[in-house]
Design a protein around this ligand. Structure first.
Ligand code: HEC
Ligand code: HEC
Length: 152
């Protein structure tokens, strides 16, 4: 009986203590990545993707050797990429000159983008068909979340 009472008392102390703990006040503007109140409806800053024609775009710096190069030119004219059409291939699919930079010509996709057919020919790999999964267009915007990552 004594034990039972002690147990009930301990439970009451625990519950009571729990209820009495100071609530930690978290303001709604520090809960998420957006540093505004959850009741605000903020308008994101406007930005525009590059409108440069491929002929004039040049290339952008690469962050590290194996990083997928960023797309330096406009994209709107060449999308969507789907089973019926892939305009990227019209300019970047050139297995004859893989790894060679021909002046005035688009960089050819590297060998990693191809698979070998039964006749030992290079065919565009299905894994690399949807170019925009890995290559992204660029716009002049601030990073939403800062980071200290450095490639080589
Ligand atoms: C009309 C031809 C053309 C089309 C279509 C085109 N590109 Fe390009 N692309 C270029 C040219 C020209 C360059 C810049 C010169 C270079 O690659 O050296 C370039 C550059 C790039 C680069 C950067 C290469 C590097 O070495 O840094 C990537 C990535 C790229 N394009 C991806 C794409 C994707 C993805 C698509 C389809 C959505 C596409 N391109 C459609 C012509 C084209
Ligand atoms: C699964 C991710 C992925 C997909 C999908 C993809 N790429 Fe790439 N791409 C890469 C990576 C990673 C590199 C850099 C390393 C390499 O060359 O394999 C690259 C390199 C390139 C290069 C530069 C080649 C060089 O010699 O420097 C071009 C151009 C390119 N890709 C175009 C394309 C096009 C066009 C498509 C669509 C048909 C495409 N990529 C699809 C990941 C991808």
């Amino acid at each position: 009986m004594k034990f039972k009472i002690a147990l009930v008392a301990a439970l009451a102390a625990l519950l009571g203590g729990g209820l009495q703990a100071d609530p930690v006040a978290l303001m709604d503007d520090v809960i998420g990545l957006s540093k505004t109140s959850v009741f605000d409806d903020p308008v994101p800053p406007e930005f525009a993707y590059s409108t440069l024609d491929p002929k004039k775009s040049g290339v952008l710096p690469r962050f590290w050797d194996e990083a997928p190069p960023q797309i330096p030119h406009r994209l709107d004219k060449y999308l969507p990429v789907n089973a019926k059409t892939n305009k990227c291939l019209q300019c970047h699919d050139d297995p004859e000159v893989i790894g060679k930079k021909v002046k005035g010509k688009p960089t050819p996709m590297s060998e990693s983008h191809y698979a070998k057919s039964e006749d030992d020919e290079l065919v565009v790999s299905n894994k690399r068909y949807v170019c925009t999964l890995c290559h992204v267009p660029q716009a002049d915007v601030e990073a939403l979340v800062g980071n200290t990552f450095r490639g080589e």
